[in-house]
Write a protein of this length. Structure first.
Length: 185
């Protein structure tokens, strides 16, 4: 009887050692978002633009400051407005300071200028790569009266690979926002 038990035990041991088990690789969820439908932002401010219906506009601390929330992405685009009162260079400097403060974590920063002379909209668009807290930033101005800045932030730790689909989606929204951006006066 003991021989049979030992024989079964040895057989099981030999059979179980045939195949090595491998740990499964860690995987991330693939995120896909709906095609945007754009609506007009037209509050009592000096500017207007179109934004995705996937986002919600929420008032912030000051007049004409807003959060463009993407609740399912846990993302916010913080939009600020400043009237230019002889301090245009200060606003540009402060906006660029906000971008380049991220050089500690960003692996690269791509800056692109844009201009829509017929609408008197000029500015810079910044894309920050790597583990930066803010992935996209821009400022838009008419260079005489108005200055708007915007910064994208996620309510999560910066994980470039995981956030890439959301960043790409919001980047397209921001580009559409800039294409439709206009000053009221």
């Amino acid at each position: 009887m003991i021989r049979k038990v030992i024989l079964v035990f040895v057989s099981l041991l030999l059979l179980s050692c045939e195949k090595e088990t491998q740990p499964k690789p860690y995987g991330e969820l693939r995120l896909e978002y709906p095609a945007p439908k754009y609506q007009k932002f037209d509050k009592n401010c000096a500017y207007t633009f179109e934004y995705s219906d996937f986002a919600r506009i929420v008032d912030a601390k000051k007049p004409c400051w807003y959060y463009m929330n993407y609740p399912t992405m846990k993302a916010k685009v913080f939009i600020t407005y400043f009237p230019i009162e002889g301090n245009f260079a200060d606003h540009v400097r402060e906006s660029e300071k906000m971008v380049y403060e991220h050089t500690i974590k960003a692996s690269s920063i791509e800056a692109k200028s844009f201009q829509y002379p017929d609408k008197k909209v000029y500015g810079n668009f910044y894309e920050l790569k790597g583990q930066s807290a803010s992935n996209l930033q821009f400022y838009a101005t008419d260079s005489t009266k108005h200055f708007v800045t915007a910064y994208l932030y996620f309510d999560t730790r910066p994980k470039p690979d995981s956030l890439a689909p959301a960043v790409d989606y919001i980047k397209k929204d921001i580009k559409h926002m800039l294409d439709t951006f206009e000053w009221k006066n």
